[in-house]
Design a protein around this ligand. Structure first.
Ligand code: SF4
Ligand code: SF4
Length: 443
């Protein structure tokens, strides 16, 4: 992992600069998009329910389905008003394709009225949040001893967690108060020592909300997991055992607290995502409120990007994010940020003045970082030459698509895109590929 910072520098990206600019700028709200794709599954195996059909007219906030079935299912709402134009399998940024609903906006953004918690007929607080689509682990929530609110930023090119705390401190305070009073538990704000700007805000919150505290850590989560165990933050007071206590701890993000507030007091279902959009393809890096289901292409355009020369897009940051095949994938609940960079893949980019992909120099960095103990460069070269069976023998399907090999590669070889392409080809799903530049037959 010694190559992380130098690799960034070699590529000419220095994210902390964008990060500082973004931190000092107020977030923006993206206008309602022309169409949205709203997934009903987190993985293709998940059960789901769909309540709409093609041609139905829907309002913003109307329940259109559920992720899962029965207890623990999560309601999914329309994020724009308009007409349902597709119901079926569509692209998903993390798992290729899942059941989804596509809605064409009528531009009116007519909303369905929901009752606040007090006016609602639902008595159970967590049942109410589930119906409002607030993403929490409802199956286990009653056994939780501590809610850990993770404000640390592992992806150092993003700062949406800090920004939302600075801008929405009152909602954060009320959200955490509602959560811990409903669960009868405590909450710990996990803060990195360098995050001095939010420390003061959270200190004020903890001074007025009982059963809340701040835990300062030296590194962002998940790097800090051992530190938490050492500090006994993850130890259950009743059992005193690390392992059990870890199961009794729920990590949540600050935007979920804002969503709890909005659902309870304003009757707003969870239809907006707060994310950072950064990278060399984006003219104005910023934190932005985006309707769930908005396509990546629209978010990039909104931030001043030109999608014609944007090829390398990662959902999540450069460290842990997932490279994307297509800009026609939606922003989903798990989108904390988008990293969009100018053009660095395959044949088209060879003509581009931005092209900087080099040959494999056999440095072995991709091998060093691979958590699956693969040799990514060997697999990628076979995919590139359409020797898919050989790639499979070398462990193609053991790849977790974590993106680390791609991130550390000094030659900017799109290793994980190639590996994904190999998987799709072997599964006979190459028709799902959109960019011609990812089709190897032109080689
Ligand atoms: S993307 Fe796949 S090959 Fe690359 S480091 Fe991650 S697991 Fe290994
Ligand atoms: S693919 Fe990249 S990281 Fe891996 S050995 Fe070649 S140059 Fe190094």
């Amino acid at each position: 992992m010694d190559g992380l910072i130098p690799t960034f520098k070699r590529r000419g990206h220095i994210p902390p600069i964008e990060n500082e600019q973004m931190l000092n700028s107020h977030s923006t709200v993206m206008p309602v998009p022309d169409r949205v794709i709203i997934p009903l599954q987190d993985t293709p195996e998940d059960p789901y329910k769909v309540f709409v059909r093609v041609g139905d007219k829907v309002k913003t906030g109307q329940e259109i389905g559920t992720i899962g079935k029965g207890i623990g299912s999560l309601s999914v709402h329309a994020t724009v008003s308009g007409e349902v134009i597709t119901v079926g399998e569509m692209f998903h940024p993390l798992v290729q394709h899942v059941a989804s609903v596509e809605i064409k906006s009528d531009g009116l953004d007519k909303s369905e009225v929901h009752q606040c918690f007090k006016g609602s007929r639902i008595i159970d607080f967590f049942d109410f949040l589930r119906k409002m689509g607030v993403p929490l682990g409802y199956r286990n929530i009653r056994g939780i001893s501590t809610f850990i609110i993770n404000t640390t930023e592992f992806e150092f090119c993003f700062n949406s967690r800090e920004r939302i705390i600075l801008e929405q401190d009152k909602k954060i305070a009320e959200g955490v108060r509602l959560l811990i009073s409903a669960a009868g538990r405590k909450a710990v704000f996990l803060v990195e020592k360098r995050q001095k700007n939010i420390h003061k805000v959270l200190k004020n919150i903890c001074a007025v909300i009982t059963n809340t505290e701040i835990k300062l850590v030296s590194k962002p989560y998940p790097d800090t997991i051992h530190e938490l165990l050492r500090q006994k933050t993850l130890i259950d007071e009743k059992t005193g055992k690390d392992k059990k206590s870890y199961n009794k701890t729920m990590f949540i993000l600050p935007d979920v607290l804002v969503a709890i507030h909005d659902a309870c007091y304003l009757g707003l279902p969870f239809i907006n995502e707060f994310l950072s959009i950064v990278g060399s393809a984006v003219r104005t890096p910023q934190n932005v409120w985006v309707r769930m289901g908005t396509l990546l292409a629209d978010v990039i355009k909104y931030a001043g990007g030109n999608i014609e020369n944007t090829r390398r897009v990662t959902i999540g940051g450069a460290l842990m994010g997932r490279p994307q095949f297509s800009l026609e994938v939606p922003v989903i609940r798990k989108t904390r940020g988008i990293y969009a960079a100018i053009a660095l893949t395959f044949q088209e980019e060879r003509k581009s003045r931005f092209y900087r992909r080099g040959p494999c120099v056999r440095c072995g960095k991709c091998v060093d970082v691979c958590p699956s103990s693969l040799v990514p460069n060997d697999i990628a070269v076979r995919v590139e030459h359409r020797r898919f069976e050989e790639a499979a023998e070398l462990g193609l399907f053991s790849c977790l698509e974590c993106g680390l090999c791609y991130y550390v590669c000094p030659s900017i070889i799109p290793l994980v895109e190639l590996i994904k392409l190999g998987k799709l080809e072997l599964k006979g799903r190459n028709s799902l590929l959109i960019f011609n530049s990812y089709k190897t037959h032109s080689y």
